[in-house]
Design a protein around this ligand. Structure first.
Ligand code: G4P
Length: 198
């Protein structure tokens, strides 16, 4: 998605060879106009999948997921990372280990909002090692719902998550695929290379 890649080039800050900071439009301050375009893009890319629900994880997945839900006219469920005072019963849970942060969280979703008739689109802001997505997949499968696809705003293609999910047979659509963050510079996987990789 050209608009997103331009935004990353202009405002993204390369913190290291593995970490890209996008606090100005995605992870802290949010650009609603860009999020709306991202929602439209996801809606178009998954238009033929009969999506009935979107599932994401707090916190930074929520903005792009809500915009996609708005465009697709379907509800958006976000998995919680911390226990909620009101969300106690009938929880579907999964453990998610973050290699980046070296911590494991138990994420949860109420089984009230997912049924076996649902066609679920999983959305997240970043795809790195794929552990958050694997946790969400686990939860959706516990509800016996079908995973119709996975939409990612920024995939770090040099980490293993994308390959892991595609090898499991999931359709992963990433709106920007970062090939490398070497020498302080963001290089994207060119669209031609992406076509070959499909
Ligand atoms: P994984 O789910 O793909 O295995 O990723 P990992 O555990 O490595 O990532 C942990 C957190 O760090 C996630 O957010 C993920 O979105 C974020 N993250 C990973 N790589 C980058 C990066 O290069 N840049 C930025 N900005 N974030 C990255 P989180 O802790 O759940 O944060 P939030 O959703 O509450 O904002």
């Amino acid at each position: 998605m050209e608009l997103l890649k331009e935004k990353i080039k202009q405002e993204g800050i390369v913190l290291s060879n593995t970490v890209l900071k996008v606090d100005s439009f995605l992870n802290h301050q949010i650009d609603p106009v860009l999020m709306l375009e991202i929602g439209k893009e996801f809606s178009q890319r998954f238009a033929d999948k009969g999506i009935t629900k979107i599932v994401t994880i707090e916190s930074s997945g929520i903005a792009p997921a809500v915009m996609a839900g708005l465009q697709m006219n379907v509800p958006v469920i976000f998995a919680r990372k911390r226990k909620s005072m009101t969300l106690i019963n009938d929880l579907l849970t999964a453990k998610v280990h973050s290699f980046t942060k070296n911590e494991t969280n138990e994420i949860s979703v109420s089984n009230k909002y997912l049924t076996e008739n649902d066609q679920v689109l999983i959305i997240d802001d970043f795809l790195a090692n794929g552990q958050a997505a694997i946790g969400l997949i686990d939860i959706v499968q516990q509800a016996k719902a079908n995973i119709a696809g996975i939409g990612i705003v920024i995939e770090k293609a040099f980490q293993e998550g994308g390959q892991l999910l595609r090898d499991k047979g999931f359709e992963v659509v990433s709106l920007a695929r970062v090939a490398s963050l070497e020498e302080g510079k963001v290089t994207f996987v060119s669209d031609k290379t992406a076509e070959v990789m499909k």
